[in-house]
Design a protein around this ligand. Structure first.
Ligand SMILES: Cc1ncc(COP(=O)(O)O)c(C=O)c1O
Length: 409
């Protein structure tokens, strides 16, 4: 959690300035207490006997965070064999990992089968190929419930425009293909989008997915996906998580009672667990003005946090070296040779001087995970703060890392 002391920003017991001095700039900093607290809140609002929270690790795959969530009792939602590899490395048992990939190859399925990972099938093609590879085994189905929601068009993953999942009008074909290969459908899944702050669209998808349950006689779980948003901008209201938990739990309880069988309830939160726990710290090196603007140039950019150029996403930006000073209007930009390389435009921030530390808040989800080496720039280091410890959990990349996978002779 962040706080302000002596007009400086603190993350836990450490000032942002001190963290940059110790670990260098730029730096992703994660607060373990916030991740634990979010996990426990979500777990506690679900009043249902058999519940699994699968951390959607695409949000942040740092192994320290995976281990922390494993210790809390999380399972894993993995969307690539690489994520499965990291989850296994972090100590998750194979039966606590559910794989939900898109356009999955046979080679990828062979890897997952060898690791004994349950696969959530995404298309008729995949179902047919899987049936040939592993007849007589268990599968789960990703259903597109024909409805979607999200903080940006790019983040809507249900409905007719979405490439994800099997369609509601394919249920007969799904059953025929499953029967042909003696596949047991043990789970149903839907994930309709990301950044949802209103329970209503989520509940619509819940109803659509529950409508599919009677088609399959051997189900053991229903997985309603993730997508729970966090407020990024000052005018955004947080999702009423207690109301959401009540609505989902009672809807599922009533459904299971009418259905005559108790199924497991699964969710796949990513952003909700880690977004607010992460801060990107970056140092201002250039303040530059023209007749219209003041540009604040920092030692980071879209290669470290792409959410503003990609989604026009809002991140609170604090001058961590001088939290309350004269408010001036800035465009905060990075080092990348792209005209979209901004963290914000026209934002009032406490007067920034070269050398100041800027804190870009709520950057724990889809921050480092979406980073790149664009412009041949190394990725930043990552630090996990837990109580009075600040532990380096990923070293800063070096120029040698830029050459690591190239064949140069
Ligand atoms: C299948 C699946 N599950 C869960 C998630 C997690 O979404 P969020 O981080 O919004 O909770 C995603 C995100 O894209 C997803 O594709």
């Amino acid at each position: 959690m962040t706080s302000i002391r002596d007009n400086r920003l603190y993350i836990g017991v450490f000032s942002a300035d001190e963290l940059l001095e110790r670990f260098g700039s730029p730096l992703y900093v994660y607060d373990a207490a916030t991740i634990r607290e979010r996990f426990r809140v979500l777990r506690d609002v679900l009043i249902f006997p058999d519940t699994d929270l699968h951390y959607a690790c695409k949000a942040n795959t740092n192994v320290a965070i995976l281990r922390l969530l494993r210790e809390e009792g999380a399972c894993i939602d993995a969307v690539s064999p690489g994520e499965v590899y990291l989850a296994l490395y972090a100590g998750f048992a194979p039966d606590r990992i559910l794989f939900t990939g898109n356009n999955v190859t046979d080679e990828e399925m062979a890897y997952l089968l060898a690791q004994r990972i349950l696969i959530n099938i995404d298309s008729l093609s995949q179902l047919e190929r899987y049936g040939r590879m592993a007849p007589g085994t268990d599968i789960s189905l990703r259903i597109n419930p024909d409805t979607g929601s999200g903080h940006h068009d790019h983040c809507i993953t249900g409905g007719p425009d979405s490439k994800f999942g099997l369609c509601l009008d394919q249920l007969d074909e799904i059953r025929a293909l499953s029967d042909r290969s003696k596949l047991q459908v043990v789970g149903l899944h839907a994930h309709v989008g990301s950044g949802i702050l209103d329970a209503e669209p989520f509940m619509k998808a819940v109803d659509a997915l529950l409508g599919v349950v009677p088609y399959f006689a051997h189900l053991t779980f229903v997985d309603f996906g993730g997508g729970f948003g966090v407020p990024y901008a000052p005018d955004e209201r947080p999702l009423d998580i207690r109301d959401f938990g009540d609505r989902l739990s009672s809807r599922f309880r009533d459904f299971c009672a009418a259905y005559g069988r108790l199924l497991r309830l699964k969710l796949e939160p990513g952003r909700y667990l880690v977004a607010e726990a992460g801060t990107l710290l970056t140092r201002c090196n250039t303040v530059k003005t023209n007749r219209l603007k003041t540009f604040v140039g920092v030692d980071s950019g879209l290669h470290h946090l792409i959410r503003y150029p990609l989604y026009n996403a809002y991140h609170e930006i604090v001058n961590a070296s001088c939290v309350s000073g004269e408010l001036l209007v800035y465009d905060v930009c990075g080092q990348i040779c792209e005209s979209s390389d901004f963290f914000t435009r026209n934002r009032s921030i406490s007067c920034i001087r070269e050398g100041d530390t800027l804190a870009i808040l709520n950057a724990g989800a889809y921050g480092f995970a979406m980073s790149s080496n664009y412009n041949s720039r190394p990725r930043p280091a990552e630090v996990l703060i837990d109580g009075d410890k600040a532990q380096l959990v990923r070293r800063r990349e070096t120029f040698e890392d830029l050459l690591r996978s190239q064949i140069t002779d």
